[in-house]
Design a protein around this ligand. Structure first.
Ligand code: DX5
Length: 230
């Protein structure tokens, strides 16, 4: 059975002074889960929020949370994100010396593990940890900022991951993140992505979040190859 299409907002463009209300609005807009872009100012040249902010917002909604960990050496902090209410922890392949150990640690903590690949990182870098993950995130921008242009050149990498997991008899979610909007989502879905993360495209829709989410879902569903159509 093909993995369901999921529309996941990045809260990076949200009003940080009203994060509780913002996640309630996202849940009401029909998103499937919410992504927290955790940036440490070292792995990426930007600084966002940590587990305390996520924990403060957790009681406001029931939709699942995923933490996209753009941090150097994430291992020590992993338990804090699970305690804060994140069901999925996404570790960047480039952020830790012992990726296999870091992903195993996420599972030990009772969370679902995801592995992320920055644009320059080849699929081969994660081949031997794919059996440990529930999700592979192919970044479609260089991590660190919202509002960047979509890298269509990453669609070949999405297709490569889709083929490799098929070959290995695995079935993780295939997630893309960065520059996803009404004019780019079809390419990513056609390449095999079933989880579409979007930030600025959701917040700049003049007809509101609900319309933006529905439009992405509709265009992704229309573009999915027949064999993966939900
Ligand atoms: C970038 C983040 C993305 C970003 C997406 O490092 O991982 O989640 O916020 O924002 P847009 O959709 O505006 O590119």
């Amino acid at each position: 059975m093909a993995r369901a299409l999921q529309i996941v907002p990045s809260v990076l463009p949200a009003d940080f002074a009203r994060l509780g209300e913002e996640v309630v609005a996202l849940e009401a807009a029909g998103v499937d889960r919410i992504q927290w872009d955790v940036m440490d100012g070292r792995f990426v040249p930007n600084l966002t929020f940590g587990p305390d902010v996520i924990a403060a917002v957790r009681p406001h909604v029931t939709v699942p949370f995923e933490a996209h960990l753009m941090v150097e050496e994430p291992d020590a902090m992993l338990p804090r994100y699970v305690e804060a209410g994140c069901e999925i922890l996404i570790v960047h392949a480039e952020s830790t010396r012992h990726l296999h150990r870091s992903l195993g640690r996420v599972a030990e903590l009772g969370a679902r593990a995801g592995v992320a690949l920055s644009p320059a990182t080849p699929v081969a870098a994660v081949r031997h940890v794919l059996d440990l993950v529930d999700l592979v995130l192919v970044m479609t921008v260089n991590p660190g900022f919202g509002g960047q242009p979509y890298l269509a050149s990453m669609e070949a990498k999405v297709a490569e991951v889709a083929a490799l997991v098929g070959e290995l008899g695995l079935d993780p979610d295939l997630e893309v993140d960065g520059g996803i909007g009404p004019d780019t989502v079809a390419g990513a879905a056609r390449a095999g992505a079933n989880v579409l993360v979007a930030g600025s495209a959701l917040y700049r829709d003049p007809e509101g979040l609900g319309h933006a989410v529905a439009l992405l879902r509709e265009r992704a569903a229309a573009a999915r190859p027949a064999r993966t159509a939900a």
